[in-house]
Design a protein. Structure first.
Lengths: 198, 170
């Protein structure tokens, strides 16, 4: 089922890419429309800043537009655009250095019905009566304490739900490296969020 | 449930952080505005440079080096093969041969495409087997010798021109 969805998405992307390569700007707009929410999540969770996210996304799609004719279809468009996004975001983070200013997005109302949220806020743990805003702030701070490589794999795997194999293609590293980075990232997050998960 | 799973549950909650409503459509409008303004701002040179760097981006350095060498080689070949435009310029090979002393002293090389003067043919005639320049051929020369009463030598060799002896093939 999952494969079928993946394949039909791939086919849809292939058609849009082909049209965009032939100069159909509307087809490229459709790709932007489709991938903006996903890439927004990726960039936002790596930068923790809304303005930086919007600016970076503009740069990412501008670069993709300039390079679309060179996209040969050896990988899926999804992997290609994610690779561009990760590389550009990592470059941006290196330039930004330690001048980090957190500006958080709104949390959608769906979180109230999320089984994970219900579990952590209604259980006997320390999160029982936590303020939603406080939880969001702590999570963003914890993410920013991770190294950029570790933050990337946590974003792609835990938040965006990508598979190890896809992450390895996007980052150009082995699956073993992805698993190893995830392990160390989780261990660090455990230390930073110690009082939440006890 | 392990502590790692608890951490994952917590971190997964971040997926509920969303951009403001209408963000995507506004984003596309901004994207179009940016594209248009970039086109107006960029000079032809910067556009060319950007396209060039985009083209080479992601290609291994080896490929780039080979491409660069190929471009240099092509330019060099094109520069060498273009005629310089001087009417009295002899073929480069002839000039080199002359520099190396391959031609006989005192015999000037012909300009490519220029007419051979009788003076020049006079200088060269003792050295040439063929007499194309005079409208004749080596065989005719042999026939002329025969007509003049000079018989080929019985040693199996024939002197076609003074100083040049060729073996007869039987």
């Amino acid at each position: 089922m999952n494969d079928k969805v993946h394949n039909s998405n791939g086919e849809e992307d292939r058609i849009l890419v082909e049209r965009a390569q032939n100069g159909d700007t509307r087809a490229f707009d459709d790709l932007v429309r489709k991938y903006t929410p996903k890439l927004y999540g990726l960039v936002y969770n790596m930068t923790s800043n809304r303005d930086d996210t919007a600016d970076l996304l503009q740069d990412i799609f501008a670069k993709a537009y300039r390079s679309i004719r060179r996209f040969m279809g050896k990988s899926s468009f999804y992997t290609w655009i994610y690779s561009i996004s990760v590389n550009m975001t990592l470059n941006f983070l290196k330039k930004r250095g330690r001048h980090i200013k957190i500006s958080m997005d709104d949390v959608d109302s769906g979180i109230q019905n999320d089984p994970d949220f219900i579990q952590v806020t209604t259980g006997p743990g320390p999160l029982r009566d936590i303020n939603l805003h406080e939880l969001q702030k702590r999570l963003n701070e914890a993410m920013l304490k991770l190294s950029e490589d570790h933050r990337t794999v946590v974003t792609l795997y835990d938040i965006q739900g990508l598979q190890h194999a896809d992450i390895s293609k996007i980052l150009g590293v082995s699956e073993g490296t992805v698993r190893s980075r995830l392990f160390y990232a989780h261990r660090q997050l455990q230390n930073y969020l110690d009082d939440f998960v006890k | 449930m392990t502590e790692f799973e608890n951490i994952q549950r917590l971190v997964r909650l971040k997926r509920h952080e969303m951009p403001p409503e209408g963000f995507v459509e506004d984003f596309i409008i901004d994207f179009h505005v940016r594209q248009r303004s970039e086109l107006l701002k960029q000079s032809a040179r910067s556009l060319f440079w950007e396209r060039l760097t985009t083209f080479f981006e992601g290609r291994p350095m080896a490929n780039m080096a080979v491409s660069g060498a190929a471009v240099i080689a092509l330019v060099a070949v094109a520069a060498l093969s273009l005629p310089s435009g001087k009417p009295d310029t002899a073929i480069r090979g002839v000039e080199l041969a002359l520099d190396g002393g391959l031609l006989v002293d005192g015999v000037s090389p012909f300009a490519f495409g220029s007419e051979v003067t009788s003076e020049q043919t006079g200088e060269l005639s003792p050295l040439l087997l063929s007499k194309h320049f005079a409208g004749g051929y080596a065989d005719e020369a042999r026939a002329n010798f025969a007509n003049e009463g000079s018989q080929p030598r019985s040693t199996g060799a024939m002197e076609v021109m003074p100083g040049l002896i060729f073996s007869e093939q039987k």
